[in-house]
Design a protein around this ligand. Structure first.
Ligand code: ADP
Ligand code: UDP
Length: 235
C-alpha cells in the first residue's frame, strides 16, 4: 500500500490517502493539546504508544464481537483504517465522576456513578465542543435516532469489555471518549483511537492517574504514565 496525500491534519493525528480509496493511513503524532487547544505540548513517543494501545483495544473489541475501522498496524506510528464519513460527535461514557462532570455536578473526583453515564458533545473547535442531547442531535441533523441507538449500544458494550479487561491489569476505567462514522452502506462503525489521550485510567490501588490528565494538569510523569499503560496492557 502506498501513502498518498495528506487528507487532514488534526491535533494528534494525520490522515493520509492511500492507493485504496476505501482505506486511510493514520499517523500518530507526539503533539498534545488541552483546554480546547489553548495548551500545547509534546509528549515524547506518545504517537508510538497510542498507536500500539489503540491496536490492542481495537483487537480486544474485535475478539469480543465489536467491529471498528481498524485494519492493521503498518509501522510504529501508523495504522491503516477503513475510511468513514465521520459523525461530528464525541461520545463520552463515564463510570466514575471526573473532569467536566465532577465540576458540572459538584461531585468529588472519584465518586462512583450508580449507572454508567453517556454524554454527547458536538465536535466543533469554534463552539468549544458544547454538550448536546439526543434532541439537539436530531434537530440539527447530526445523526438519526436509529443511529444514536446503535452508537449507544456499541458505546456501552465497549465500556463493559474495556472495564473487564482493565480490571485484570489493576486499572479502573474512569471514563472515555469515542467517535463514530458511517461506512459505504451507512452502517455505524467505531473509529478514531482508544488511548490515554481520550480515556481516564487510574491505578486500582493507588488511584494514580495513567492518562492525559497528567499533561492537562501539569502533574509531571506524563511519558512514564503512557509507557506504564502500554506495559500493563501488553506485558
Ligand atoms: P482532531 O480533528 O480533533 O484534531 P485528530 O488529530 O485525532 O483529531 O485527527 C484525526 C481526525 O480523523 C479526527 O477528526 C477524526 O474524527 C478523524 N477520523 C478518525 N477515524 C476516521 C476514519 N476511519 N475515517 C475518517 N476520519 C477519521
Ligand atoms: N475527552 C476527549 N476529548 C475531548 C474531551 C474529552 O478525548 O475533547 C475525553 C477525556 O479524556 C475523558 C472523557 O473524554 O476521558 C471525559 O472528559 P471531560 O468531559 O471530563 O473533559 P475534560 O474536563 O477533561 O476536558
Amino acid at each position: 500500500m502506498n501513502k498518498g496525500e495528506v487528507m487532514y491534519e488534526g491535533k494528534a493525528k494525520i490522515m493520509y490517502a492511500t492507493d485504496e480509496p476505501d482505506k486511510v493511513l493514520v499517523y500518530f503524532k507526539d503533539d498534545a493539546t488541552a483546554a480546547n487547544g489553548e495548551k500545547h505540548g509534546v509528549i515524547q513517543d506518545k504517537g508510538i504508544i497510542n498507536n500500539k494501545i489503540s491496536e490492542y483495544f481495537f483487537k480486544l473489541l474485535k475478539s469480543n464481537g465489536i467491529n471498528s475501522h481498524f485494519i492493521e498496524v503498518v509501522s510504529d506510528r501508523e495504522m491503516v483504517v477503513k475510511l468513514l464519513r465521520m459523525i461530528s460527535l464525541e461520545v463520552v461514557v463515564r463510570n466514575v465522576a471526573a473532569g467536566s462532570l465532577a465540576k458540572r455536578l459538584g461531585l468529588e473526583e472519584g465518586t462512583p456513578l450508580k449507572v454508567p453515564v453517556l454524554e454527547y458533545f458536538y465536535k466543533s473547535d469554534e463552539l468549544g465542543d458544547p454538550m448536546l442531547n439526543r434532541y439537539h442531535i436530531m434537530a440539527i441533523d447530526i445523526a438519526r435516532v436509529h443511529e444514536l441507538d446503535e452508537i449507544e449500544h456499541i458505546a456501552f458494550c465497549v465500556n463493559t469489555i474495556l472495564k473487564d479487561n482493565l480490571r485484570s491489569k489493576n486499572i479502573d476505567l474512569i471514563d472515555f471518549k469515542l467517535e463514530f462514522g458511517r461506512d459505504d452502506k451507512d452502517k455505524i462503525v467505531l473509529a478514531d483511537e482508544i488511548s490515554p489521550d481520550n480515556c481516564r485510567f487510574w491505578d486500582m490501588a493507588t488511584h494514580e492517574k495513567l492518562d492525559k490528565d497528567r499533561f492537562r494538569h501539569d502533574m509531571g510523569g506524563v511519558e512514564e504514565a503512557y509507557k506504564e499503560m502500554l506495559t500493563r496492557l501488553t506485558m
